[in-house]
Design a protein around this ligand. Structure first.
Ligand code: DAK
Length: 258
């Protein structure tokens, strides 16, 4: 595996993954998918991980889409297989037990917008541009864009973006709820880290189950309300809930991580 395609930095349990193909505006090729898949499967059971930031190398692009040069020769069977593989990697991100924040530093187009939407939270630099331009290429989205864009911004605006291929800027993305913060260009990663550091002071089991519960809302095979009372039972019986409630009564800050 080519380890230079996604740079991985570990800062005391806070990981930053930088997609590193700046000459191709960080377009997602097979090697990038391999590296993302390897990271998220390697850390699937890692309870020391506090959070992950995904960003793009350089100041121009987060990710300008799937690598167009790589998929031009695919047939229907190969295309469906590649799409399913990409979706599986993005599900690993969406279902990851620790929070994942996309720090969107420029173009987030097609597969790049889809990658950002598979993350739990999105922070945009003021130069960010989001779009799903697949129809320009005679394609539909392949990595979850037709589903997650509707979840995040609603059917009407999602259909307009998907059908016109128009890009939207950071402020419009904030207005629509596609991102939760817009910061000065270059400050995306710092803001993402600030959010992760705050979440890391909370109970890790409660954080993990909250991610699973919110995902359950969109999973047609799961009863989210049932899962919520079950997970409430799970968390109330946990050591961390004993610490959280004791800390409240003793008027001190809870310490969830030693
Ligand atoms: N793939 C490959 N190379 C790309 C790229 C991409 N998506 N985007 C940019 N590059 C490359 C350019 O080719 C150029 O390389 P050189 O020519 O210098 O070798 C370099 O990055 C710099 O790009 P530009 O010279 O074009 O830079 P500009 O500032 O002029 O324009 C731009 C920036 C972002 C507006 C422009 O690069 C652009 O329109 N890029 C393409 C955006 C796009 O259409 N992205 C694809 C969206 S569709 C599938 C699953 C999923 C998908 C497809 C198939 N299967 C499972 C089969 C998803 C598709 C998409 O993501």
């Amino acid at each position: 595996m080519d380890n230079s395609l996604v740079l991985i930095e570990n800062n005391d349990g806070f990981y930053t993954l930088t997609i590193n193909r700046p000459d191709a505006l960080n377009a997602l090729n097979k090697g990038v998918f391999d590296a993302l898949e390897a990271f998220f499967s390697e850390h699937k059971e890692d309870r020391d991980i506090k959070g992950v930031i995904i960003t793009g190398a350089g100041s121009k692009a987060f990710v300008a889409g799937a690598d167009i040069k790589e998929f031009s020769s695919l047939d229907a069977k190969g295309g469906a297989a590649l799409s399913k593989r990409g979706q599986d990697v993005f599900f690993m991100i969406e279902r990851f037990h620790a929070p994942v924040v996309a720090a969107v530093n420029g173009f987030a187009l097609g597969g790049g917008c889809e990658l950002s939407m598979s993350c739990h939270i999105r922070v945009a630099g003021s130069n960010a541009k989001f779009g799903q331009p697949e129809v320009n290429l005679g394609l539909v989205p392949g990595y979850g864009g037709s589903q997650r864009l509707v979840q995040l911004i609603g059917k009407g605006k999602a259909l307009e973006m998907l059908l016109t291929a128009d890009m939207i800027g950071a402020e419009e993305a904030l207005r629509l709820g596609l991102v939760t913060h817009v910061v000065e260009s270059g400050q995306e990663t710092a803001k993402a880290m600030e959010i992760l550091q705050k979440i890391a002071t909370k109970g890790p089991l409660a954080v993990q189950q909250t991610i699973h519960l919110v995902n359950a809302y969109f999973d047609k095979t799961v009863d989210g309300f049932k899962k919520e009372y079950e997970d409430f039972g799970l968390t109330i019986g946990s050591e961390e809930s004993k610490e959280g409630t004791a800390a409240f009564i003793e008027k001190r800050k809870a310490v969830f991580r030693k």
